[in-house]
Design a protein around this ligand. Structure first.
Ligand SMILES: [Zn+2]
Length: 563
């Protein structure tokens, strides 16, 4: 085959048109900038041109001139930094739905939370249920808020408030009564009804599957509410420079909502959706997942090609699966499915061509996931499967080299990797110092050559990638002054993190041929920043603003200060 036949036609046109005046001038030109075609590399160009959603030129200001025609939008960068758009390799855009409900994320005391719930209830007198999310576990003793406190502010209607991490729910007495949860109700599998140690009465906090006992009574959201929530979340993502997201847990409603938004041209970021699986249902569920996937063909913006498995819970509530018991306890926490069940489910999903995306927090859940990917590879033969493990809070050092060896993509949530109250009050005391050394071992995993990716887990925590990048580098709170890092061995550098959010993300999405860097021919998914990340103190990273976000060359976010 001749070499020319491999060159796309539009590139050919570009080559032939030379320096003479073009009929095919660019749609958008960015010039006089510090454009980093590869985010993790210090090499820059001054200018970039976009036509039909793709990058057609990168180079000098002089060279870009011939791309400027009558209808070209020229953006004067004034030396500003340009990077490829960011990938968030684990988030829950459905959190956008709850932004319209009672949100409790930033409240630091029980009083503030109760005030907020009370205000919300008063201003929404017609709602049958008071519903909300975002309370932080460390605000309450042992992460265990009580129903009586809610009863005081909302005695007459049921209240259902999920914690920021989604793994606990706090309800009032009315909600418990409607669900028929009493002293005699047994804990469901993979769930716990917190009880008063003296009376055995339910206290109002429900863990994991126990949440469902009440959640199933909640009025269903309408498709309009769902779609509006997703649009809201993706719009937020664009403001943070995010152009691709992995929807980490999509049930039928969400799959349908994304498909409708996609066909209406309303997706402002590329969405890789991971279909929800039931850890108890075994490989028998794969046929129906396949049918769901088949209903929505993959497009440029929507690809429901992944499947999500929750391998365990969270450490703070002792629902994460550990290799050895929690300190001061004789239980290591149970995984949501047995190792054998995990192996067969992962192998069946892999054989059906799904990209398996696992939630694993405890070192046992991480090991089980790696074992299952190894099993699937043996069982199905090797393929370019790119499985993802997200969260990776605690990894046994013996398992660290296995990510690179097995081609498993580690998707860390770097914002979690500093000693906040979740760590100091709720995690280290129940892991002990020896194991705690291996909390979020980002550098150790990166050093093995694994394809590092990163995500926010929003709405569990902030969506802002600049905060997360800073924390990965400093292992300190985003707003903390310079000082000693928490577990200094695990700090990484800026290029490593920028790669994780761009080319690493594109690899995790299976899109490295079309985005993740700003090479000619790739999609014009790019961002303009108000500061150059390479030229500011690391403690300033969290305050960086995105001025412009392009997806396929289209503006999906533009700050008013960018002229
Ligand atoms: Zn998640």
């Amino acid at each position: 085959m001749s070499k020319r036949a491999l060159v796309p036609l539009w590139l050919l046109g570009l080559a032939l048109s030379g320096a003479c005046s073009r009929t095919d001038s660019a749609d958008v030109v960015l010039r006089h900038g510090a454009i980093y075609p590869e985010a993790g590399d210090s090499g820059t160009v001054e200018s970039l041109a976009v036509r039909n959603g793709r990058i057609v030129y990168t180079g000098t200001d002089r060279g870009v001139r011939s791309y400027i025609g009558d209808r070209t939008e020229v953006i004067e960068l004034g030396g500003r930094m340009v990077l490829p758009g960011f990938h968030d390799t684990h988030m829950h855009p459905s959190g956008g739905i709850t932004l319209a409900e009672c949100t409790l994320d930033d409240l630091a005391t029980p009083e503030a939370i109760l005030d907020s719930v009370s205000r919300y209830a008063t201003t929404h007198p017609a709602l049958a249920w008071i519903r909300g999310r975002g309370w932080q576990l460390p605000v309450f003793p042992e992460a265990n808020p009580r129903r009586e406190w809610l009863d005081r502010v909302v005695p007459d209607r049921p209240v259902y408030l999920t914690a920021a991490d989604g793994h606990s729910a706090w309800v009032n007495s009315k909600a418990l009564a409607l669900a028929g949860i009493t002293h005699d109700t047994k804990d469901p599998p993979n769930g716990r009804i917190e009880r008063d140690p003296l009376t055995g009465e339910p206290t109002g906090t429900l863990r994991e599957q126990a949440e469902e006992l009440v959640a199933r009574l909640l009025p269903a959201r309408t498709q309009e509410e769902t779609r509006a929530g997703l649009v809201r979340a993706l719009g937020m993502a664009n403001r943070f420079g995010i152009t691709t997201v992995h929807e980490a847990n999509a049930g039928p409603d969400l799959l349908q909502a994304y498909a409708m938004l996609d066909s209406a041209g309303q997706l402002s970021a590329r969405v890789i959706a991971a279909l929800q699986t039931d850890p108890k249902a075994g490989p028998g569920q794969v046929d129906s997942l396949r049918a769901w996937r088949g209903r929505y063909r993959g497009t440029r913006y929507y690809s429901p090609k992944a499947a999500k498995i929750f391998a365990d819970g969270v450490i703070e509530a002792k629902t994460a699966a550990l290799l050895a018991p929690y300190t001061g306890s004789d239980t290591p926490g149970e995984p949501n499915l047995s190792p054998a069940a995990m192996d067969t489910l992962v192998a069946a999903l892999d054989a059906a061509g799904f990209q398996v995306h696992v939630h694993a927090i405890g070192d046992r859940a991480v090991r089980m996931s790696l074992d299952a990917f190894e099993f699937a590879r043996r069982h199905n033969g090797p393929r370019d499967a790119r499985p993802i493990i997200a969260h990776l809070e605690l990894i046994d050092p013996a398992d660290i080299p296995r990510f690179a060896a097995l081609g498993v993509i580690p998707s860390f949530q770097p914002l979690w990797a500093y000693a906040d109250k979740y760590i100091t009050d709720l995690t280290v005391p129940i892991l002990g110092p020896e194991r705690s050394r291996w909390l979020y071992p980002i550098a150790s995993v990166a050093r093995t050559g694994a394809h590092l990716a990163a995500g926010s887990d929003w709405s569990v925590s902030s969506m802002n990638p600049f905060e997360a990048i800073q924390v990965a580098i400093t292992r300190r709170a985003p707003d903390a002054p310079p000082g000693p890092p928490w577990i200094p061995e695990e700090t990484v550098d800026l290029p490593t993190m920028l790669r994780a959010y761009t080319s690493g993300g594109a690899y995790a999405a299976g899109e490295e041929a079309s985005n993740g860097d700003l090479e000619v021919g790739k999609a014009a998914d790019l961002i303009v920043l108000d500061r150059n990340l390479y030229r500011i103190p690391v403690t300033e990273l969290h305050a960086v603003h995105v001025l412009l976000t392009l997806l396929d060359g289209k503006t999906v976010w533009r700050d008013r200060t960018l002229h």
